[in-house]
Design a protein. Structure first.
Length: 364
């Protein structure tokens, strides 16, 4: 089965976040950016993947079309590991991580979608089989920077059946307001997106420790500071979670070698796709590090994560990005009911993205 075409499909879907904006990356978010990756083959199968592209859509699209596609077209779609290794080696001169890894992730997810479709099996069957038919979700909130708003959205998410809440707040009074709104028996997680120095993270973490947070996610900058992460965890007595900004198993190995994290969070759209995610999962199991995938997505990356959790981390919840978008690529398949999502059972990822949504929201 030869690859005949690789195409980046950029989308921008207006979204409502519950706050004016969230200034991550290049600025405030007003829409969900997607870079879908479509692979066509001479066997008539089409595979779909997703490359991380929030606030960096055009750069990722260029990487897929100009760097990834020329290498992949004409290759054997079934040789996923071989093509993955070839692309890593051919493109290392442009930088191993970041945009290059995002683009490769999109291709790799699409190749696994193709593999499942060709075999007539869902992706999780290729990964050892699903241990769960439904997955609990946690509500991954936006950064509201407002005590009343954060309490409101915590209560709303709990009322919708979510069994855990993740904050992205950095102001201590706002975090405390969320804890007041979320019963102690419900897991409250905190991601501060690499906000502080090690010293500041330790100081804040000690003050937050009495709140009983389930984990303290990416407390320091830079995110690869393994020694700093370990120091924060030891000083505060809270589990440290990190890894959404890691690309390839080698960066996770460095975190594990440093004793930096208790919870590893690979993101399938960033880490190198399903192929590299599996390597991280094996490494985490060997080092006895908990695996909790990062997945605030609504495209093929979200579907792939459902399969990966069901097969490789069945005790974990799916991270549901708590916002409303003007359109959904997969309809009800990624709409939680009482805080749960069904694990897809159709071949490959389990569904193809809605062609009408792609047509309506295609971007430059």
């Amino acid at each position: 089965m030869k690859i005949t075409r690789v195409e980046a499909v950029p989308l921008s879907i207006p979204s409502r976040y519950g706050a004016d904006s969230w200034a991550l990356g290049t600025g405030g978010w007003r829409a969900l950016d997607f870079c879908l990756v479509r692979i066509d083959t001479d066997a008539g199968f089409t595979g779909w993947g997703e490359a991380f592209s929030y606030s960096c859509r055009r750069a990722v699209v260029a990487a897929v079309n100009d760097m990834i596609a020329p290498i992949a077209v004409g290759q054997d779609a079934a040789d996923i590991a071989g093509l993955h290794a070839t692309i890593q080696k051919r493109l290392h001169i442009f930088g191993r991580f970041g945009i290059t890894a995002f683009a490769l992730s999109g291709l790799d997810i699409a190749l696994w979608d193709l593999a499942g479709k060709a075999a007539g099996k869902p992706l999780h069957a290729l990964l050892g089989g699903a241990k769960r038919e439904r997955l609990e979700c946690y509500a991954s909130l936006l950064r509201y920077a407002d005590e009343k708003l954060v309490a409101r959205y915590c209560e709303q998410a709990l009322g919708e059946g979510f069994g855990a809440i993740k904050l992205h707040e950095v102001a201590e009074p706002v975090i405390a307001a969320a804890r007041d709104a979320v019963p102690r028996e419900v897991a409250l997680l905190l991601d501060v997106n690499c906000e502080w120095s090690v010293q500041d993270a330790i100081a804040v973490g000690k003050r937050l420790a009495p709140l009983g947070l389930g984990w303290f996610e990416e407390p320091v900058f830079p995110p690869e500071d393994g020694a700093g992460l370990r120091a924060v965890g030891e000083a505060c007595g809270m589990p440290i979670a990190a890894g959404e900004n890691c690309c390839f198993a080698s960066q996770f190995a460095a975190l594990f070698d440093a004793g930096a994290v208790q919870i590893a969070q690979p993101s399938v759209t960033k880490v190198g796709g399903v192929t590299e995610f599996r390597r991280v999962a094996a490494l985490a199991a060997e080092r006895k590090v908990r695996l909790a995938p990062h997945s605030p997505y609504f495209g093929p990356g979200a579907l792939a994560t459902l399969h990966l959790i069901a097969a490789l981390a069945p005790a974990e919840r799916f991270e549901y990005f708590y916002l409303s978008a003007d359109a959904a690529l997969y309809g009800e398949a990624l709409a939680p009911r009482q805080g749960e999502l069904a694990v897809p059972q159709a071949p490959g990822l389990g569904a193809d993205p809605d062609a009408d949504v792609i047509r309506r929201y295609r971007a430059d």
